[in-house]
Ligand binder design. Structure first.
Ligand code: BES
Ligand code: MN
Length: 444
């Protein structure tokens, strides 16, 4: 275990923040370290430059009589701010209270390294793997994988595989192995509301000129009805209805009751679309979220100003069979239709990604459930995920292969937040799970 932790710590020390251009050389150094690690394990490796951050591919010697398994992960991480809320340096990993604390510890370096080290261990123990393996690691997942879809298209043949495995999702509770068979999609946009040509004295002009901050608040409020249903025309048209077997199954999943969700998040009560449990709202229903809103004076005391502008950033989590571009159009139409009088509303589209769904009980799905059962010594639960990994649906479309989502993140891992951490027990189980998984997939 010591050498496993050493490898993970070295990987975590790179501040591979993909969104920050000043960290571009750190992202590259991280990719080079990863390539070296995979080369040292005896794999054939390639580092592909892109117009953004590099893609690292590694493979063993493939044989025609074996199954081909692609394992995807990402070595880029989210920014660390607010830095003052971290108890330790985000890029100097520490082991404390049975967990590894660092940015990327769970999302995704720790989960990804569990696969790498599982493969290393099998190669050391057996001299070879039971399958043809392709590792595909990118440095742009946290910014929407802009260069990976073209990469998939260009390398369709080399990346062809029978099944894909990814550990970049969650476990519902400690000791409860969790297999995901769905992910929400996403579409983002930003709205700018413009009023007067510059800030105005709110006494001299207030009452005769519309206030952009009021207008943006009205737009934000227009997205939902009072019960929490999304009020955009046609928004739910293509939503695949929840099936009874899923509702029954999810009602038995531990760690996701309304009380659990309230406890994990610290809210006084849960809230959402009527007629659905929290798990159903998270895994099978779409959302409209405000991620940021701004206008006017934010400093100490008061300032009597009528602000010239206001803005809000939105993201919409989507479920099968919603199409991100179709939803983006409906959102834009809604915002224009609800534009309050006296202001100009401008909508700018952002990045998007499609929702994903696959049969959890396919032969490969059953093999993965068996591997989880053996590695964790408990029966796995089957869930969909609230989060998004847009490339998973793209891989289904371009490569024609489904993905097994074998998450190792716990609800208290604080991904994207200060004090991100990864349970050592999940790192160890993840390494073992990889070893058993490849054996089980080989038998399908
Ligand atoms: N690993 C997460 C996604 C995730 C987390 C799925 C937990 C399920 C459970 C991934 O790195 C992520 O953060 N994705 C972004 C995608 C976006 C930037 C397109 C997300 O979901 O916000
Ligand atoms: Mn993430």
């Amino acid at each position: 275990m010591d050498s496993h932790l050493e490898d993970l710590f070295s990987f975590l020390r790179f501040p591979s923040i993909s969104t920050a251009s000043e960290h571009a050389s750190d992202v590259r150094a991280c990719a080079e370290w990863l390539q070296q690690k995979l080369t040292n394990m005896g794999l054939n490796t390639e580092l592909h430059p892109t117009s953004g951050h590099p893609v690292v591919v590694a493979r063993n010697a493939h044989r025609a009589d074996r199954k081909t398994v692609l394992i995807y992960g990402h070595y880029d991480v989210q920014p660390v701010d607010p830095i003052e809320l971290w108890d330790t340096d985000p890029f100097e990993p520490v082991l404390k209270d049975e967990r590894i604390w660092a940015r990327g510890a769970t999302d995704n370096k720790g989960q990804m390294m569990a696969h790498v080290l599982g493969v290393e261990k099998t190669l050391k123990e057996q001299g070879e793997l039971p399958v043809n393996l392709i590792f595909l690691f990118e440095g742009e997942e946290e910014i929407g994988s802009p260069n990976l879809v073209p990469f998939l298209e260009q390398h369709r043949e080399e990346l062809a595989c029978d099944i894909i495995a990814v550990s970049d999702t969650g476990m519902v509770a400690r000791g409860v192995p969790t297999m995901g068979y769905g992910l929400r999609g996403i579409t983002c946009c930003e709205v700018t509301v413009r009023g007067p040509k510059g800030d105005l004295h709110s006494g001299v002009y207030g009452g005769a000129v519309a206030n952009p901050a009021t207008a943006v608040a009205r737009l934000v409020a227009s997205l939902h009805d009072a019960d929490g249903r999304i009020a955009i025309d046609g928004f739910y048209d293509d939503v695949k209805p929840l099936e009874q077997w899923e509702r029954d199954m999810w009602a038995q999943v531990p760690g996701v009751s309304d009380a659990d969700i309230a406890d994990q998040t610290g809210v006084c009560e849960v809230f959402g679309e009527p007629g659905y449990s929290s798990a159903e709202r998270l895994w099978a229903r779409p959302t409209a979220e405000v991620n940021g809103i701004g206008s006017g004076y934010q400093g100490e005391g008061s300032k009597t100003v009528l602000p010239a502008e206001a803005m809000a950033k939105f993201s919409f989590r989507l479920v099968p069979n919603q199409d991100p571009q179709d939803i983006a159009k409906k959102v834009e139409a809604h915002l224009n239709k609800h534009a309050p009088q006296g202001v100009c509303v401008e909508v700018e589209a952002g990045h998007d990604g499609k929702p994903y769904y696959a049969d959890p009980n396919s032969p490969f799905g059953q093999a993965a459930q068996g591997a989880l059962q053996q590695a964790f010594g408990a029966t796995p639960v089957l869930i969909r995920e609230g989060g998004s990994i847009p490339i998973i649906k793209d891989m289904q479309d371009v490569l024609g292969s489904d993905t097994l989502l074998l998450g190792l993140a716990l609800p208290d891992c604080q991904i994207h937040a200060p004090n991100e951490n990864f349970w050592v027990e999940n790192f160890e189980s993840g390494i073992q799970m990889n070893q058993i998984l490849l054996q089980e997939l080989a038998k399908v």
